[in-house]
Write a protein that binds this ligand. Structure first.
Ligand code: IDP
Length: 143
């Protein structure tokens, strides 16, 4: 299995609930390592750029408003099968459909405010990590 990197975002609702540590713990317990991490408050332009693929969707305006409503934590995670593992830990996009024990089942109630983001493929992960982190801000963890 390949060593991968993926982008995780702890969204404004989860930061407001004060569960940053609890969420990070889930990733570390699953064997994923944080190789980049920062707290940010996105501008409208940053949020629109990040979610550009959704700009024609009816929920785009609300999504941008939500993602700029408070600080977020962006993380680059590294590990075997990291993209799929992160998606599994997150649970389904709609928290009402998320499996028990997943982050979205535990920390979110609605699809509009669903606690976390995770890249959906290795290619999008590379693009999304580069959107938030310079090369120097991502640190190799293998020694
Ligand atoms: P994902 O975050 O599970 O990868 P995507 O389909 O990529 O899901 O959608 C990106 C984000 O857009 C979701 O996490 C959610 O916040 C929002 N979103 C997606 N579908 C809907 C919807 O039908 N109504 C409201 N918000 C939505």
């Amino acid at each position: 299995m390949a060593l991968e990197r993926t982008l995780s975002i702890i969204k404004p609702d989860a930061v407001a609930k004060n569960v940053i540590g609890a969420i990070v713990n889930r990733f570390e317990s699953a064997g994923l390592r944080i190789v980049g991490q920062k707290m940010m408050h996105l501008s409208k332009e940053q949020a629109e750029g990040f979610y550009a693929e959704h700009k024609e969707r009816p929920f785009f305006g609300a999504l941008v408003e939500f993602m700029t409503s408070g600080p977020i934590v962006v993380m680059a995670l590294e590990g075997e099968d990291a993209v799929r593992k992160n998606r599994e830990i997150m649970g389904a996009t709609n928290p009402q459909e998320a499996a028990a024990g997943t982050l979205r089942a535990d920390y979110a109630e609605t699809i509009d405010e669903n606690a976390v983001h995770g890249s959906d493929a290795v290619e999008s992960a590379a693009r999304e990590i580069a959107y938030f982190f310079s090369d120097e801000e991502v640190c190799a963890r293998t020694r």
